[in-house]
Design a protein around this ligand. Sequence first.
Ligand SMILES: [Zn+2]
Length: 343
Amino acid sequence: MAPLIKEISEQTGLPWFNNPGPFKSTKGLLSGVRDGYLVSIGVVGQGMKECICAVIRFRRTADEKALLASMDRFKSFTGGGNFQLQGQTLVCTLPKPIQGTNGQKITEKLDQILRELALRAQPFDPGKCEGEGCRNEVSEITLINGNANFICGGCKIRIAGKQEEKRRRYLTTPSNYLKGFLFGTGGALAAGAASAVLSYWMTDDKGMMSVKLACILPFGIAMAAAFMVKRGIGKISRVSTLTAIIATFLGILLSNVLYNGLVIAHLKHLHLSSQLISWVLNHLWELKWYEFGKLILFVEILSIFGSAHMLWEMRPKFPAAFISIGAPVTTHSGMVSSAKVGF
Ligand SMILES: [Zn+2]
């Protein structure tokens, strides 16, 4: 367990689970009931950008706008905290203490947020299902695709049924290859042109530019291609990944031709004419072999085929995964719970 998460667990009394939870983090999640609210805490982001994220769930609120507005005062004192409200869920992103671990400070902030929340949001009824109109008994927390819920067996079946219906509808959607290809190519060419212009700006008068930047840009083109194919194609099939590969290839080709054209025009004091472009196209292979060309070519090939993987990973995820993490540990703000903390 990460030291800060361990400290927060000790301070709040919320137990740790080795599950990515809603944070999709390898550091796991803390989850349990605090002041009647279903609270999950974890780490989001990576490296220097890590933040503590608290997902607080409640039964209902009369006024979502007022609830969200009431969180404004925590923004300043947390030094730029971020709050989002989605239905019965308040997502609080709090900056991580800069030095060392400081679970106590995080816990104090969390408790202040909970007390403010209590003025506008009703906590869950202990032991009851949170499903619309459902009063069944619930004794455990269920993670639905990582999100903590109080949900009964019947409601699980209902949700699973709805997901199955969505999945069936998706699978019967036809793949529009032409539209996917046109969208993907459009996205890749736009990203390729932007990449060429950006590279040109970053090139010095000797015709040199940052190798790191040159290695990142092809992935950007692949990402743009995959994203746009997804928007155009309808259902993402195995075959549709080919459209992303071709679109990325075209985007990277445009980026190379345009970039070399711009640099040569600048160095030789020429205009970027169709003649110059066709000369670059014919000599692209020699131009690419210059300096770090081999490395960049390798990255480009990786990006071209990587776009297929990116697109494949963009398929909607069905069905919902239900994971029970056992009976909730109940804690209260302002005091450490005496409940057993499972380390
Ligand atoms: Zn239910």
